[in-house]
Write a protein that binds this ligand. Sequence first.
Ligand SMILES: [Zn+2]
Length: 362
Amino acid sequence: MKKFFNARLYYYRNLKHYMLMPIRNRVGLLALSILFSCSLVLIYGQQADAAVSAQDLQKSLAVQLFYDPLLKTGYFLKEGNYLSFAADQPYLALDFRQIVKVSAPYHREGVLLFPPDARRAVENYYSAKQKETEGKYSVAAILIDPGHGGKDTGAVAELGTVKLFEKNLTLAVSKRVIQLLSERYPNRKILTTREGDSYPTLDQRVEMANSIPLKPSQAVIYVSIHANASFNKNAKGFEVWYLNPEYRRTVVDATTVQEKGKDIAPILNAMLEEEFTTESIILARKVYDRLGSLIGDASPGRGIRAEEWFVVRNAKMPSILIEMGFITNPEEGLLLADSVYLRKIADAIYNGIVDFIEHFER
Ligand SMILES: [Zn+2]
């Protein structure tokens, strides 16, 4: 019993000290502690436990937000990850598969608000997705190269009253591809070698591709867009080219070679070469298949081809070159003069790139 009493005394020593204080100090200390606890609750409440508007969530998470005020349903979207919600419904749907029960988002003064637990569920979902992508191979940048430009018209053809310049067709298609990619991947670099009727040299285009800063696990895709011409008016169809695997590029930079020693440099070189070539072939295949399904009934596929194209041969990245069709062919030339047809081609290239990214990052 004494022992127990002693133990209690020991544990309550601090309390005893407190009780031994003059009453004035005791009241002061108590008031201070209460004030401190209250402010903690207030700070915590404001920062982590407050309802937040859908717009603020969208900004802080860098996601896209779609909301239909009539149906009162909407979703957040980032890198293909959907989180759907409905006002006054106590759940969230993750990628159309998993349902999470939360307090219902609600409207107040025209603003859609997410209660604290719903907000945390949204934040946790996207931070988990973020962790999944980090450390995995990813495509950080896509460089679209509209062939030719400025003083370099590329191929030219006259079909009756219609005069076609390759440089204009490549720019029109590239612009739409860039627009679609930017919408889908707001957090990746979507770049172009020219925005208007300018003339970057081939060296400058390659330099643009090679100077994109990348982390070791990041890749950049290079897509050069062209239209074909031939003296043979019957020639028609689209082609996708990738780099000739026989060509030995120096894809290992000087510092890596110094670190690893010169003797294994050729092996490293060959390995990287192999990888980049494989990726280029897969990218070519994805774009070729999409072109086939979107314009295949109007334009025959002439195959996937390999060549030492200057445009892509120095680029340290999966690279392809697309020939959209022959402007010199009477029927195909007229198709290529039609903006609806060009939009189809752009959609096919865009879908092929998306297919490749999904394959690459799987
Ligand atoms: Zn060309």
